[in-house]
Design a protein around this ligand. Structure first.
Ligand SMILES: Nc1ncnc2c1ncn2[C@@H]1O[C@H](COP(=O)(O)OP(=O)(O)OP(=O)(O)O)[C@@H](O)[C@H]1O
Length: 259
């Protein structure tokens, strides 16, 4: 059984790749304004899978969309590496998302008419790669998620877990620095969900990507490196697996996370 320990900054000396500094967000419904995120600050590290968990409606997806540059916070600042997302223009955010991010959603978002390989080749074309480069990257990504034998299948011939693996391969083929996943296992059975979360963790560890995953699927917790539990628009608890802590010396110096 995985034992969880409270996160301590000395557990890592890596520089955060994603930072939120006192961000707030509210939505207006009719005459009522509802505060979703309140003065939230956090720092996410590369090379690990960070899981944001919490009850439905607590603001997980809103936080993910702000950290990935899909939305601006009402107040506060966000950075991805050295780019201040909260001050970036729409065009700068589009460039950031196209070149540096991959997204994975609960519903897979695959085109029914395209084969697994074509699903991946299509968006790669927007990166300016040649058709041969797109094909090579697509095949490599499909092999990486264990779907080398399903290259020419359309979504209707794939299981839910396989569809999600195609979606991961599509995100992976861009070779992104950031991978954002919103409830990637919700539509999957336990075994398929476990395969998906293991792939996400491997991408973080082997490729050095920052992998941020939103889920209220408790089966995922023991497979994440770090767990952020949200409640009422704030980070309520911040946990890290003991395995991860033991990989670092107890004399590891404190990183400078000052904002
Ligand atoms: N664009 C929007 N306009 C109005 N309200 C919104 C908008 N986006 C989110 N909300 C509201 O903000 C709250 C938080 O939504 P969010 O999707 O971030 O929560 P969540 O924790 O991801 O929920 P779930 O686990 O159910 O997906 C919800 O009450 C939702 O209805």
């Amino acid at each position: 059984m995985t034992i969880l320990s409270p996160t301590h900054p000395s557990s890592s000396i890596a520089k955060p790749s994603l930072i939120a500094d006192k961000i707030s967000k509210s939505f207006t419904s009719g005459l009522v304004s509802i505060q979703i995120l309140s003065n939230l600050s956090l720092a996410i590290l590369p090379n690990e899978l960070t899981l944001i968990s919490g009850p439905s409606g607590c603001g997980k997806s809103t936080l993910l969309s702000i950290l990935s540059g899909l939305q601006h916070p009402d107040q506060g600042k966000t950075w991805a590496l050295d780019q201040e997302l909260s001050r970036s223009t729409k065009r700068e955010l589009e460039y950031f998302r196209l070149h540096h991010t991959g997204f994975i959603f609960q519903g897979f978002n695959l085109f029914p008419a395209l084969t697994a390989c074509e699903q991946i080749e299509l968006p790669l074309g927007y990166l300016g790669l040649t058709p041969a480069q797109c094909r090579a990257r697509a095949l490599e990504a499909l092999h990486e998620v264990g779907l080398g034998h399903r290259v020419h299948q359309r979504p209707s011939a794939l299981s839910g877990g396989e569809k999600q693996r195609v979606a991961i391969a599509r995100a992976l083929a861009k070779q992104p620095k950031f991978l954002f996943a919103d409830e990637p296992t919700s539509a999957l059975d336990a075994a398929s969900g476990q395969v998906v979360i293991n792939i996400l963790r491997r991408i973080a560890h082997q490729r050095g990507a920052t992998v941020l995953c939103v889920s209220h699927d408790h089966r995922l917790i023991q497979h994440a490196d770090r767990i952020l539990e949200m409640e009422d628009g704030a980070i309520h608890r911040d946990w890290r697996t003991v395995d991860q802590l033991q990989n670092h010396s107890s004399s590891t110096p404190m990183p400078d996370w000052s904002l």
